[in-house]
Design a protein around this ligand. Sequence first.
Ligand code: SD4
Length: 339
Amino acid sequence: MVVSLRTMPHPDRRRFIKLGLAGSAALAAGCANTTTEAAPGSESPHAKGPLVLSTWKHGMAANAKAWEVLGSGGDVLDAVEKGVAVVESDLSNRSVGLGGMPDRDGHVTLDACIQDHDGRAGAVAFVQRFEHPISIARAVMERTPHVLLVGDGAERWALENGFAPRDVEIPEVRAAWLEWLRTAEYNPVVNIENHDTIGMVAMDASGRLAGSCTTSGMAFKIHGRVGDSPIIGAGLFVDGAAGAACATGVGELVIRTAGSHTVVELMRQGMDPTEASREAVQRIIRQNKDMDGKQVGFLAIRADGVFGGWSVYDGFDFAVRTNNREELVPTGYDRTWEG
Ligand code: SD4
């Protein structure tokens, strides 16, 4: 099924879970003069900022934290770090942080990255035993000349730089792995395995952008596999002059098309974020004959505050927070799971 941009309903008219806005009233004072409305000549909504978008339902809690940070005078980089950290700390979350699904050897390995308005970036990949890979990624950005640290080296650097490891054994995760060993063919299916990265892109009241992305990656991946989520340009890309985008779904497909970079570059050329996300999705579809069960979704904010997203399949919801919206909305999509 193809949903054209022209027929795609405005997010305000689509199904959503609306949460009370009472709690945001106090914060609104610190984030004044925000509106959310359709952008001129576009079906994508527009916010003058602050604005926070996150992937999936867990994005609601992440957005709430990011909003609190913005409302109390924190900068947008703090907001995207602290926002996704809430989801990293939730050990009942099976796709982000230490509670995530293991690889095929039974290890939970984590990937994360962060990028600021000016394009400065930090990332870690294939790290174990740390609750907040997003904060290690930020520290890599701020305290080293590098962008990406991986595996043992990243863990050693984190230890040496004040991050304490946390050993947790989660019976449900172990049981899922044992069950997989007993039954599985190696065929990870994002969504069906409940494997949902958190990506966040945000804009503060002055229009400064930042983004973050953190995940335990594809369930039952080969030990050592790294997805798109810690790769700048793939799982996340921010350029304050053009916009910010993040991705969720089958990381290999996103890496091969430099997905988030593609979305931002299309926005730089003036494309609407919804259309830019859709074009990035369609490049993936064109490149891959077999998209059966392979989900990818993008979220994007253009530098002028227009925002949107798109996914291969239906079912990709994203959390939106502005001064007058706090809700979960579905993106447009090209296919339904049924075919
Ligand atoms: C990965 N992109 O490791 C991640 C997984 C994901 O929704 O986003 N799932 O490939």
